[in-house]
Ligand binder design. Sequence first.
Ligand SMILES: *Cc1c(COP(=O)(O)O)cnc(C)c1O
Length: 344
Amino acid sequence: MIPAPLRLALDGDALVSNWRTLATMSGGAACGAAVKANGYGLGAREVVARLAAAGCRDFFVATWAEALALADLGVTVCVLHGVRDEDLPAALNVVTARPVLNTVQQVRRWREAGGGACDVMVDTGMNRLGLRPEDVAAGLLDGLDIETLMSHLASADEDVPGNAAQRDAFVALAGRTPARRMSLANSAGIALGPDYAFDLTRPGIALYGGVQVAAFEGRIRQVVKPEVQILQRRLVPTGQRVGYNATWTASADTELAIVNLGYADGYLRCFSGKGGAHVGELALPVIGRVSMDLVALDVSAAPDLAEGDWVAMDYALPETAALSGLSQYELITGLGARFDRIWA
Ligand SMILES: *Cc1c(COP(=O)(O)O)cnc(C)c1O
């Protein structure tokens, strides 16, 4: 394999530390891990192996293809989008995964197929996936082998009355179904406190360094650090312009490094003239437009940096979200396939 000129430095200790922090904040509830979208872009297999070794027992993916990719790891995987007709053969075959049933039709399909253990999602006010509480109260689930009854919070990262309303609607279902456990909280939901933890929490973004609420500040560590290699170093004399559409003009002689990173890697145009990198304490601002595969950095402050050297892009999720206008989810799930993913 040829090493790529761009890589993600992935901090396995930080990942495990974040999970332990969230598990502690979950109190008596078990703490799972959302690993959909290939572990939010980090690599689901690597994430699952590390968290399973740390004691995590409940993993969540979106689709059956994602579940199949983890089938040999010996962990139980819940498939959040449930079971379509197309999924049934896989769903009945993969003993390590079970569907989260979301609709009346999915419940019927699973019953008729004799599917066995499952989870169920009930909608308590988000109007995304899930059964209506009325259907559940009317006995739709009677006789099903349900491990976990779930619901999902719409605004867990905000202090709004909707959170308590959703929690109350969920509490009202306790004991009304055959489910052995109940689960409501995603990452930010864990920070809402013990009333939201129930039996199992389902963090995703905070495992990977997302900090959406004050309770995570200083406790959740950065996991993903993009690093890029310098392809060329050049002097841009005063008055010359840089990059597509010549949006930046040198007001003084400026030393640039052209690095192997661009919007095809998930480093989007919104970082033009705004993003940056660091070498040690030295800040290296992005100059001009982000191209498809290339970015220019001002390295005037770093005379020793040369072609072939590596620099670390600034990519702490909360700060980078504030800078770019992208969400912390978009920032990590968008990092592309061209990065080598290197775990330490
Ligand atoms: C993605 C997802 C999670 C994890 O959410 P985060 O906000 O990333 O913590 C939990 N539960 C469900 C149903 C999800 O779809």
